[in-house]
Design a binder for this molecule. Structure first.
Ligand SMILES: C[S@@+](CC[C@H](N)C(=O)[O-])C[C@H]1O[C@@H](n2cnc3c(N)ncnc32)[C@H](O)[C@@H]1O
Length: 182
């Protein structure tokens, strides 16, 4: 609905200007679905995920990235380790307490001026999109995905200190991209 898989995973980077040397974290990288596109633009990409099986898949798909098995709520990185933290369709798996912890950690591991960008579900603005999204979520997602639709992400990000928060909607409003800065 947004013009293909590559565009989907790269939507969070639109209109950002970052050097190819930027240190990039693909947060909750799964099997590397977005990592494989990030590595085309950045030489230093780290994928973090809690699932060793997913990380094994990711390291096969994108061997040139680094991988870390950890919880996003408790990242084993020094402060200011990254210039960009990117996350693709993962935050709907977190409850509000986890989201607060993750945003706090993302803020900590970002260098001053660094960007946090992510793509995830959103309440559709086009009512015609609701039946399809509801069916998808009922079949494949858990309670946290429904919770995300009612979560004020801007407020949670502001609480951690993020600024320049911009939200863009796609696919009849069913997808949101948020970009913000430390
Ligand atoms: C739906 S997948 C998204 C994968 C990938 N980013 C993509 O674009 O398809 C969500 C990923 O989040 C990971 N995950 C869920 N909770 C996590 C947590 N608390 N810390 C780290 N990873 C987590 C899961 O293991 C899974 O790989």
């Amino acid at each position: 609905m947004v013009g293909g898989e590559k565009r989907f995973h790269l939507l969070p980077l639109e209109q950002l200007s970052l050097s190819p040397e930027a240190r990039v974290l693909d947060l909750c990288c799964g099997g590397g679905q977005a990592t494989k596109y990030l590595i085309e633009s950045f030489s230093d990409v780290t994928g973090l995920d809690a699932s060793p099986i997913s990380l094994k898949r990711a390291s096969k798909l994108v061997p040139s990235a680094h991988y870390v098995e950890a919880l996003a709520e408790n990242m084993p990185f020094n402060d200011s380790s990254f210039d960009l933290v990117h996350s693709s369709v993962a935050l709907h798996e977190m409850n509000t307490v986890q989201l607060e912890q993750i945003f706090q950690q993302v803020y900590r591991v970002l260098a001053p001026g660094g960007f946090f960008v992510f793509l995830d579900l959103h309440s559709p603005t086009n009512p015609l999109v609701w039946p399809g999204l509801s069916l998808f979520m009922s079949l494949f997602e858990t309670e946290t995905a429904w919770q995300l639709l009612d979560t004020d992400l801007r407020k949670l990000l502001e609480l951690q200190g993020f600024t320049e928060i911009k939200q863009k909607l796609y696919a009849g409003g069913a997808l949101q991209v948020i970009q913000c800065q430390k």
